[in-house]
Design a protein around this ligand. Structure first.
Ligand code: OSB
Ligand code: MG
Length: 372
């Protein structure tokens, strides 16, 4: 359904995390999040820019995202009539990289179209393969092994179906060994966020004995070929995260044997249109996918839930309950996880949750409305 973009409003929020989150590239205590609100004929659609506060996961970061949205993404889109949300990425296609930033805008357009049509977002994107999505958790690097074991116990008892732990040199083999000793049966995986190189191949091979579901992104963020060499030497399946920014990358990685599983992050690939293409490419090759997370607020989390209803998302994702991240979420109700370790997908229009505008205003530190 065609719509014209009358205004784009940027909101910058600062929200402390309930617990710090540590990866191989650093520790986060508080999130700085940009929400993109796109307005057409009085109806608003919302998207979240999922980049970090610093350019350490990939090249993107919050401050830069604001400038890119204001000076490039919004001016190229404002006043235009889009035949459908699937066209919304085209106006900023000339921008190289910065897919999380462009993806925040793109996802907002999908939400807008779903709200104009009065249909759930999952339906508009062609999802709906499942009414409950299976959930896993991502647990950061802790100060001590007993702390990690306690965190894992809490999440397993809450019903989560798969545990992902972050690793880095110095926090890997011994720690995984301790986790396995304590939890011999759980579905367990490890995410290195690019902390190793091919020089570590013998070290990484030692992880094969722990029956991990997968090892996520052990090597450089932009290095598909070395991952193929590593996968050939490992029994443990490699899952690529950072490396896969387009469906073309997914095709190349699969053809080279660089991974056996793909983590799809809505932002990392630039929004729903490319996420669907990555999903389709993986599906065509029998490669399972799951939905990754970037410590999103309720808005990004709700988009991830819709994405996870596409048929190829057969593995538990990093989409978990609001309360694991926030004392109060910016959506109402919050995202909850059942004792079965699932999120029940609802049938409300758009991304399926109301915004808690009062709380949103209280954590907003900047706002700007852009018009044609
Ligand atoms: O690599 O998946 C990652 C968080 C920030 C940056 C990168 C990653 C992550 C996570 C968190 O693993 C997943 C989540 O709970 O949102
Ligand atoms: Mg990852």
């Amino acid at each position: 359904m065609a719509f014209k973009l009358d205004a784009i409003r940027l909101h910058r929020l600062e929200i402390p995390l309930v617990n710090f989150f540590e990866t191989s590239f650093g520790r986060t205590y508080s999130r700085s999040i940009i929400l993109v609100e796109v307005v057409s004929d009085g109806v608003s659609g919302w998207g979240e820019v999922t980049c970090g506060e610093h350019p350490f996961y990939n090249e993107e970061w919050t401050e830069a995202a604001w400038l890119l949205l204001k000076h490039y993404v919004a001016p190229a889109a404002l006043g235009r009539t889009l035949a459908s949300a699937s066209e919304s990425g085209a106006s900023s296609a000339g921008i190289k990289g910065h897919r999380m930033t462009r993806g925040g805008f793109e996802a907002a357009c999908w939400d807008l179209e779903a709200r104009i049509q009065g249909v759930p977002l999952w339906q508009l994107i062609g999802g709906g393969a499942r009414k409950e999505i299976p959930c896993g958790v991502s647990i950061g690097i802790q100060d001590s092994v007993p702390q990690l074991l306690e965190k894992i116990r809490t999440e397993v008892e809450a019903g989560y179906r798969r545990i992902k732990m972050k690793i880095k040199p110095g926090w890997d083999i011994d720690v995984i060994c301790a986790v396995r000793r304590e939890f011999p049966e759980i579905l367990l995986m490890a995410d290195a966020n690019s902390a190793y190189t091919l020089h570590d191949i013998d070290h990484l091979k030692r992880l094969d004995e722990f029956d991990l579901m997968m090892m996520e992104q052990p090597l450089a963020h932009d290095e598909i070929i070395d991952h193929a060499a590593l996968q050939a030497a490992l029994k443990t399946p490699i899952c690529l995260d950072e490396c896969i920014r387009t469906a073309h990358h997914a095709e190349q990685a699969i053809q080279l044997g660089a991974c056996r599983i793909i983590n799809i992050k809505l932002g990392r690939v630039g929004g729903f249109a490319e996420a669907k293409r990555v999903h389709d490419a993986a599906h065509a090759h029998g490669i399972p996918v799951w939905c990754g997370g970037m410590l999103e607020s309720g808005v990004g989390r709700a988009h991830n839930i819709a994405l996870s209803t596409l048929p190829g998302f057969v593995l538990p994702g990093d989409v978990s309950a609001s309360k694991r991240y926030w004392k109060r979420d910016i959506i109402d109700p919050w995202v909850e996880v059942t004792p079965r370790g699932t999120i029940v997908v609802n049938d409300q229009p758009g991304f399926g949750y109301a915004l808690d505008l009062e709380f949103l205003a209280s954590v907003r530190v900047a706002q700007e409305t852009l018009r044609p």
